[in-house]
Ligand binder design. Structure first.
Ligand SMILES: [Zn+2]
Length: 335
């Protein structure tokens, strides 16, 4: 299928190359201009291809920082296979520090499989779907909570309905060495990057490694070590002693199993949480209260969890509108 995007690197050339994807973008300021998307390709000895993307949302930073560190660290002479790294995939959103693209309002993780000529966000998704994922044996799209959410860090996989593919993703998640593995078992939306990877039978991992629109040091370290551990697991690099897990550190596996894991604001106002990330709750427990902005006599509106679980995610800004996600749970499942 056609695409207007072209790469300034050769995906097959040996060694380490850095450059950009060029996305032709004709606007008032620049009639024959381009949006550029930073890209690196590292080719070593024959082996598998690992595709790493960050900046799918432009205000999520731990993955992009870790991937840039990994690029500087990796030695093509010590690599079996190929690394393709795009740390600022929705580049206009990254430059603006926004979840969505300021060019077309597009949310890249609601754009797959994409379209080649329906605006920049759809074009980027289409390039990933038709050029990058077909080259990949393994895919990791790193996320965080962004400006509106805070996350307990975890690596994640999305149920595909293909037992062999899901087992391979779970094995990869275990190899990653994160303290939490989250399974997205409830995912009706087919427009996500990892949903597209599942359709193409590419073993894929997501993950939420922080949030609040800032850079979590713990999250950066987790991604950097996680990707090195994955590459060692797949025999792309030698395992490093310093990437071993401290002591016995079995991951906790949790699953988001349905909409009842989520708490949504039923009023607009100021959200006062009653829990912290990582807390275990039971159905009926208080999630928090929404206080009004106007009438001082108004009582707070209690918001409660509708089931048992572990608090994986909390809204970060105080101000909420009815319909906003305040928190979500995940349920511990056998590891
Ligand atoms: Zn994200």
């Amino acid at each position: 299928m056609s695409t207007s995007i072209w790469a300034s690197v050769d995906y097959d050339r040996p060694g380490k190359q850095t450059g950009d994807l060029w996305l032709p973008y004709s606007v008032h300021r620049s009639a024959y201009g381009n949006l550029t998307i930073p890209l690196a390709v590292v080719n070593g000895a024959p082996g598998p291809t690992l595709l790493l993307t960050g900046g799918t949302h432009g205000d999520e930073y731990e993955g992009p920082v870790a991937f840039r560190r990994l690029l500087r660290w990796i030695d093509p002479a010590a690599l079996r296979g190929r690394l393709i790294i795009l740390p600022a995939l929705n580049a206009p959103a990254v430059r603006a520090g926004l979840r969505t693209s300021p060019e077309d309002g597009g949310n890249l993780n609601r754009a797959y499989p994409g379209e080649p000529f329906a605006g920049p966000t759809a074009a980027i998704a289409h390039y990933v779907s038709t050029v990058l994922l077909p080259m990949a044996d393994f895919y990791h799209d790193a996320h965080a909570g962004g400006s509106s959410l805070a996350y307990l860090p975890f690596v994640s996989l999305r149920r595909s309905g293909d037992d062999a593919l899901d087992a391979a993703a779970l094995a990869a998640a275990r190899a990653y060495g994160a303290p939490n593995i989250q399974i997205w078992g409830y995912s009706p939306d087919p427009r996500l990057s990892t949903a597209e990877a599942n359709r193409q039978k590419v073993v894929s991992l997501g993950g939420e490694f922080g949030g609040r629109g800032t850079v979590s040091r713990e999250g950066v370290a987790l991604v950097e070590r996680g990707v090195r551990r994955l590459m060692a697991q797949w025999n792309m690099i030698e395992a490093r002693p310093e990437d071993a897990l401290p002591g016995e550190s079995p991951a906790r596996t949790v699953e988001v199993s349905g909409r009842d894991c989520y708490v949504y604001a039923m009023r607009s106002g100021i959200f006062e949480p009653a829990v912290d990330l990582g807390d275990s709750v039971v159905g009926g427990d208080l999630c928090g209260a929404v206080w009004g902005l106007e009438d001082i006599a108004d009582p707070p509106h209690d918001q409660r969890f509708s089931r048992d679980g572990i608090v994986m995610c909390l809204r970060h800004p105080g101000l909420v509108q009815k319909g906003d996600c305040l928190a979500h749970l995940a349920i511990e499942v056998p590891s």
